[in-house]
Design a protein around this ligand. Structure first.
Ligand SMILES: Cc1cc2nc3c(=O)[nH]c(=O)nc-3n(C[C@H](O)[C@H](O)[C@H](O)COP(=O)(O)OP(=O)(O)OC[C@H]3O[C@@H](n4cnc5c(N)ncnc54)[C@H](O)[C@@H]3O)c2cc1C
Length: 326
């Protein structure tokens, strides 16, 4: 499905704030409507400063009326894709793709456990509605910071009743993954969408339960790391440079702006082209890429500068010695 996507012109019909930082967008695409399966997302063209870029957003709800609905969390300390979305007003012209799906819901399983953290509720909400419609056996665990942050909680409560469990971290609440997995019927599947910490806990708990690896399906929206983004300093002794990377810039952007000749492609931590050799650090490298293995990340020999950061200190790196372009 992902390979068959087409770009379409579209109009933003309406927006509605679901929580203080999650906004619902109703989008009418031109041309024949491609209905989304649960777990699907659309890509939206955004403008990040001077640079056109693309962001993905999961489709919420069945969209039986021919509109794609997405819910976008505003990330103030980011490159600005979500802020671009939040600046859009009803009537705005958009470019969106037809739906793609890397997180498909398998139907007719004996039991389902759905787990969402924060904005990760978007695909999980759509899955929960689809499963409830099918009369499937299921449970949903949904963790948020506070009740005010729990987008779609009322709608889910109305459909799922006590099959929905909410936990609020501000009150010390935790999702009890171990007992929910233990009570899942044999052959049941686990679907998780949320921050990397939740996903890792789910993977660990699933593995410890002895259930088959392919019974766990997940999606993350990008890795926000294990530490909050803060300013850190990059030193490149060979070039005599010392560069500050503020929380809302990537290390790659900061190096490019300082005139360092970098090579990059995906800018999502997937291709590894922008990786640099680490000479020293007095902080903790927060590896946010999916390019290096866990072992390579633990070795700390290199980092992907497009997404990874340093917490609590500075880093000294070297860039490949590239010939001058003339
Ligand atoms: C399949 C899919 C579905 C998605 N669905 C949704 C959805 O339903 N709702 C939603 O709100 N989002 C969703 N996203 C995420 C969305 O595509 C954007 O990544 C999000 O809106 C943030 O965009 P941004 O430009 O504001 O932040 P970006 O800068 O693109 O941030 C992306 C990631 O990089 C990290 N990051 C941010 N700033 C820095 C920095 N200075 N240095 C290093 N790393 C940084 C962030 O923590 C984040 O994880 C989805 C993503 C995917 C892949």
């Amino acid at each position: 499905m992902a390979g068959e996507r087409e770009w379409r012109q579209a109009e933003l019909r309406a927006t509605r704030d679901l929580t203080p930082d999650i906004r619902l967008f109703e989008i009418a695409p031109a041309g024949e409507f491609v209905p989304p399966a649960p777990g699907s997302h659309i890509n939206v063209a955004v403008q990040i400063g001077e640079r056109p870029d693309v962001r993905s957003y999961s489709i919420v709800g069945p969209c039986a009326d021919g509109l794609y609905r997405i819910a976008v969390k505003l990330l103030p300390l980011s490159r600005g894709g979500s802020a671009h979305m939040w600046r859009l007003k009803p009537g705005a012209r958009l470019s969106v793709t037809t739906p793609g799906n890397h997180f498909p819901l398998a139907l007719h399983r004996p039991d389902y456990l759905l787990v969402a953290g924060g904005i990760g509720i978007t695909p999980i909400y759509t899955m929960a509605l689809a499963l409830a419609r099918e009369g499937a056996r299921m449970r949903l665990l949904y963790g948020c910071r506070t009740p005010r942050d729990a987008a779609f909680a009322e709608e889910l409560r109305a459909v799922l009743g006590d099959r929905l469990s909410l936990a609020f971290s501000q009150d010390g609440g935790r999702l009890d993954l171990a007992s929910a997995i233990a009570s899942l019927a044999p052959g049941g599947e686990l679907y998780v969408c949320g921050p990397i910490g939740l996903l890792e806990e789910a993977k660990r708990t699933w593995r410890d339960s002895g259930r088959p690896v392919d019974g766990l399906r997940f999606e993350t929206f990008g890795n926000s790391g294990r530490f909050a983004s803060e300013t850190f300093t990059v030193r490149i002794p060979r070039l005599g440079l010392e560069i500050a990377v503020p929380p809302n810039r990537t290390m790659l952007d900061a190096l490019e702006e300082a005139g360092v000749a970098m090579i990059s492609d995906c800018r999502r931590g997937e291709c590894g082209l922008c990786a640099l050799r680490i000479l020293d650090t007095d902080g903790i490298v927060d590896h946010r890429d999916v390019f290096f293995s866990e072992e390579e990340k633990a070795e700390n020999a290199k980092l992907c500068t497009c997404v990874s950061r340093v917490a609590g200190g500075s880093i000294t790196v070297d860039t490949p010695d590239r010939p001058a372009p003339w």
